[in-house]
Design a protein around this ligand. Sequence first.
Ligand SMILES: Cc1cc2nc3c(=O)[nH]c(=O)nc-3n(C[C@H](O)[C@H](O)[C@H](O)COP(=O)(O)OP(=O)(O)OC[C@H]3O[C@@H](n4cnc5c(N)ncnc54)[C@H](O)[C@@H]3O)c2cc1C
Length: 451
Amino acid sequence: MKKLVILGAGLAGTMMLNKLRRELDDDEWNLTIVEKDHDHYYQPGFIFIPFGIYQPEDVVKPKKDFFPDNVDVIWDEVAEVDGDRNTVVLSNGRELGYDVLIIATGTEPKPEETPGLDGDLWYKDIFDFYTFEGSVKLARKLESWEGGRLVINLAESIIKCPVAPLEFAFLADAYFTEKGMRDKVDIRYVTPMAGAFTKPVATKYLTALLERKGITVVPDFYLERVDEDRKELVSYDERVEPFDLLVSIPVNMGAEFVEESDMGDDDDLNFIPTDKYTLQSRDFKNIFVIGDATNVPTSKAGSVAHFMADVLTENVLAFTQDKPLPARFDGHANCFIETGFGKAALIDFNYDTEPLPGKYPVPVIGPMSLLKETRLNHAGKMGFRWLYWHMLLTGRDLPVSSEMSMTGKVTMSPSAGPKNPSRKDRDASQATPADPASTASETREAEKVGA
Ligand SMILES: Cc1cc2nc3c(=O)[nH]c(=O)nc-3n(C[C@H](O)[C@H](O)[C@H](O)COP(=O)(O)OP(=O)(O)OC[C@H]3O[C@@H](n4cnc5c(N)ncnc54)[C@H](O)[C@@H]3O)c2cc1C
C-alpha cells in the first residue's frame, strides 16, 4: 500500500483529503491526515464576532465531521519533516513514512514576534481578531468601550486575508456610528504598505473609501515595538502612533516545524518555497504545498486555497501515475470586502492581473460588482459561510473557475505598484540604508503580497 500524508486539516488540507479520497483507489493508496486541533474555525467569520454580527458558535464545528471514510486521522503536532528520508516526525516522537506529502499547515499570528505587543496590555487594551479567542475577547471589550483613539495596525505586510484589516476598519466605522458614538472614536489605519492595499487601482479605491468614512490612513509605518507604558506604537524610523485601543494584526508565520526542518524561504517567516504554477515543493519532488503555507506571490486566502485545490488534485493524481504535472495555478484570488452598513466590495485578480473594476462573473449583468460597494456583494459575503461548510470543505466543485477570467473586467492603463520591503530587508536596511541588494528583494516582496 502506498502512503499519501496530508499535514494540517484546515481548509486546504480538508479539501484535499476529500478530493483525493474520491479519486485515489483505496486498495492502492492509504490516506493519512495529521492535525493538532480538534475544532475547525470558519476564519472569515472572525471579522464579524467583535461587532456582534456573528456569535462565537457560528464559526466553529468539529474537524472530524468533514473527514471522509477510509482515511487515517492522527491528532498530533508535526515536529519535523525529513524530506530526504520521506519521514514526518510527530511531537510524541512517532515517525510516519510517506510516498507523497501535502503540506497544508497554514499560517498563524505571532504577537510574540513584536516587542511589547503581547505584554501586560494584551487582551486589556491590545487585541487581535485573527484568532477565535482574540475576536471573542475584542467583542467583550467593544461592548463597554467608551471611545478614544482606535488604532488598527498591520505589523507586517504578508498576512492572510490582506483585506480583513480593512474590513475591520469599515465595520468599526459602522458599529460606532450605529451606537451613536462615532464622534468619540478616532479610527486610524496604520500600515507598512504605501496605502490601503498593494496594487494601484485597488489601493486608490480603498484608500479613498477609508478617507470618505473618516478613517485616517498612516502608510509606510514599519512597526518595531509597542511602548506599553506610553501606549504607543513605535516604528523603525522612530515615528510614534499613540492608541487607547490597539487592534493588531500581528506578524503571520508558517508552522514552527518548517523552521525545525530547515524548509522555509529567505524571509524567516516559515513559508515554504513552492513552484507557483505546479504547487510542488521547490526542494522535494514528492512534496506539494497548498494554501497559506506556501510562499507563492498571491494573497493568502481561502479562495486561493480553493482554486489551488483544483490544480493540486490534478497534479497529485498525475504524480501518482508517474506522469508530468499537467495543471497550472495562475494565482487566482477573489475576496469580498465588507464595507459596513450592509454593503461589500469585491476584488478578483491573479499573478498577472491586479484587481480591476467591472462585473463578476458575467459582463454587464454581474450580478456582483468589482471594486464597488453593493448590497449584492454583501449578500454574497454572508452567503459564503454556508458554501464553506457544505461545499468547500467537503471538496465539492463550485461553479467558479479556478482560473481567473478577464470577462467583465474593465482594463486600466498599467502603472507601477507600491513596494513593500520584507521584515528581513527592513532590518538589513536599518544597518545599511543604501544597500542596493535590497531593491531586488523589495520588488520580489511587493510581488509576493500579490493582491
Ligand atoms: C480574520 C480573518 C478573515 C478572513 N477572511 C477571509 C475571506 O473573507 N475570504 C477568504 O478567502 N479568506 C479569508 N481568510 C483567510 C482564510 O481563512 C485562510 O486563508 C484559509 O483558512 C487558509 O487555509 P489553510 O488550509 O492554508 O490554513 P488553515 O485553514 O489555517 O489550516 C491550517 C491547519 O494546519 C494545522 N496545523 C498548523 N501547524 C500544525 C502542526 N505543526 N501540526 C499539525 N497541524 C498543524 C492548524 O491547526 C490548521 O488546522 C480570513 C482569515 C482571517 C484570520
